[in-house]
Design a protein around this ligand. Structure first.
Ligand code: HEC
Length: 282
């Protein structure tokens, strides 16, 4: 075998090893999230206001007991493209929380009710306190959870196209974790770790330290929607997607305008070229 052939064989072997490796990972323990067609997916996607409002309620009444959302300020809730609460509603939500402010003229820190410009209050003062309250596991900040975690695992050469249409599966991942609690299979049940629950959708699973946070009718939706576990899981996943990218709608419409502009420009340039060069003898 000459050098080039050896190299080619080595490359082929290497590639197949890597590919089979990723395939094995995908087929491993973590279960694939079910695909949901959310309103905000695709090139023209828009958030569903009512769904964001319901999702915020679930975050506020359930998740915020453990998970912070520290990229968000209360006033973001009234901005266009989000749940679009009224200014009064935002004030009322903020006033339910207290924040540390100061120092005052005496140099003392003091507590005061939160204002719309404040960041969402965190449930714990620091990481250590959060872990101590959760049996040593850290309830992650949820600001970017739908960007950090992908629910779908496709081969790299199709993945960018699928993402354009269906998103990265981040909201599907969150939804799947919230709905994915199961009885452990018999062989896993014997070595069930203390204080952990079986959830094969969790990225570091199948055991998770978060007790199932949702149960039927744990919140009461103002719009009369039935608060089933599936409904709440879907709504809060949509809300967290918005929280991870509050300007998604603007980005998508801007992207569309740019593409439209480029198409029109190309047509004009093409016509100009024809006009200028059309009369030249070939
Ligand atoms: C009682 C506290 C508590 C509540 C309430 C709670 N969680 Fe959790 N959550 C945790 C802890 C602790 C972990 C880390 C689990 C682990 O590492 O095993 C976690 C993990 C998660 C994960 C996986 C994170 C990752 O890194 O992939 C998601 C997603 C999540 N929670 C979402 C939610 C949502 C959404 C709600 C509200 C519906 C919620 N949680 C309510 C404590 C809580």
């Amino acid at each position: 075998m000459n050098m080039t052939k050896k190299l080619l064989v080595a490359i082929a072997l290497g590639t197949s090893l890597v590919l089979s490796g990723t395939a094995a990972m995908a087929a491993g323990k973590q279960k694939k999230a079910e695909d949901i067609s959310f309103s905000f997916e695709g090139v023209f996607g828009h958030f569903d206001r009512a769904q964001l409002q319901r999702g915020f309620l679930v975050y506020k009444q359930v998740c915020s007991a453990c998970h912070s959302l520290n990229q968000m300020s209360y006033r973001n809730l009234s901005q266009p493209g989000g749940p679009e609460l009224s200014a009064e509603e935002v004030k009322a939500v903020a006033a339910e929380y207290t924040v540390m402010d100061g120092p005052d003229s005496e140099g003392e820190m003091f507590e005061r009710p939160a204002l719309p410009a404040d960041k969402f209050a965190s449930p714990f003062p620091n990481r250590e306190a959060a872990m101590a309250a959760n049996g040593g596991a850290y309830p992650a900040d949820l600001s970017l959870i739908t960007k950090k975690r992908e629910g779908f695992h496709y081969p790299w050469y199709v993945s960018p196209f699928i993402k354009l249409v269906k998103g990265n599966g981040g909201p599907e991942y969150v939804r799947a974790v919230l709905m994915g609690y199961q009885d452990p299979p018999a062989e896993a049940a014997q070595d069930a770790p203390e204080g952990r629950y079986y959830n094969p959708y969790f990225v570091a699973g199948p055991w998770i330290s978060m007790a199932p946070p949702l149960s039927e009718d744990i919140v009461e939706y103002a719009d009369g929607t039935k608060a089933s576990v599936e409904q709440m899981a879907t709504d809060v996943s949509a809300f967290l997607t918005w929280a991870g990218e509050p300007k998604m709608e603007q980005r998508k419409s801007m992207g569309f305008q740019v593409v439209l502009y480029l198409v029109i420009l190309s047509i004009l340039l093409f016509l100009t070229k024809k006009r200028v060069w059309g009369r030249e003898p070939h």
